[in-house]
Design a protein around this ligand. Sequence first.
Ligand SMILES: Cc1ncc(COP(=O)(O)O)c(C=O)c1O
Length: 372
Amino acid sequence: MEIRDPLQTPPPCSRAQYRDDLALPSFPIETPCFVILETAVLHNLEKTAKAAGGIRRLMPHIKTHRAQWLVELLVREGVTAFKAATPAEMQMAAAGGAQHLVWAYPTVNTAAISRVADIARRHPNVQFEALVDAKRGFRAWRDELERQPASNIKLRVDLDPGLGRTGVPLNHEALELAHAMMVEGLFSGWHCYDGHIKGANRPERVKDIERLIEEVRSLLSQARRKGLPAGLIAGGSYSFDVWPADVAQWVAPGSWTYSSAQHQADLSNLGWRVGAYVLATVLSTRQGTATLDAGTKAISPDIPLKERFQGPGPIRMMKEEHVVIETDELDIGQQVALVPRHTCTAAYLYNRALVQCVDGSWEFRGQLGAER
Ligand SMILES: Cc1ncc(COP(=O)(O)O)c(C=O)c1O
């Protein structure tokens, strides 16, 4: 067995990286660290806008990055509308210059509703929308707006396209709820997130999405006949490029921003690049394994342990602050990029990120982290 001198620390990146397309900082940096490559994000925006049929049809979900500087960047590039998951994201996007903001979370929690309504009142020039999937949620919004009106807030009906998470079925129930909201002057359209349609097989995926599109098209025709607006927000990263503009006015992918190890395997046709990773340092090596300082508190805890990231070898074990990787290729002190399988749940673990700017310089920029 090779004995390594622990006092002879090699400089970071002294050996060939397993992915040489990802820029690594060449100066000392505390790890684990969330790293964003701004050029890759801009590249992904260009690809996504093109696949969406134009930047004006894009309504990016900001839950992926939770970063005001990225909202500002997207606004500068021509994005006008955003989706958000939490009140803090709504506040951040409004402050970042969004013109149209959808709270894509049909809550009945009156405290959260009041908080978002207050944000809307503080930004009267921003068009706010929220989702409703039951009479209970509609009543919560109506009561809040009766208590303190805000003419820039409208409500959409959330449809369940088979994801089985939130949303009303695509039938008379949806039409009845929309009608009740319309009578009160609060209905503005529809929302449909098809996150259950995934996988690397594009032709199969397209078939499933097209089946759903026809179902939604039929519901919206019925809505039109009843005098209800038929504007729809649909799709995520696996489907947005399939939804036609005559059915979905907006498409709302989110995780395209940084892409992910999963996207790189499943969605290569979209041409996205890895736009973010977790930088980790090799702390210890033994025959066949290396231990890095990126444990369960550093990267994508929602994903099955062995699949949390693409790195320099298979994941053998993870603890809160450590991950053990099967490899003989790493030296103590070396820094490596771990590409999350689900980058949204890596980004939120950090309240700042090290950004490689378009001009190649590096700087830290803030993000919401786990704040809700
Ligand atoms: C309601 C909603 N819309 C849009 C998205 C973005 O989808 P994706 O992550 O596939 O880009 C998500 C992601 O979870 C979501 O929950």
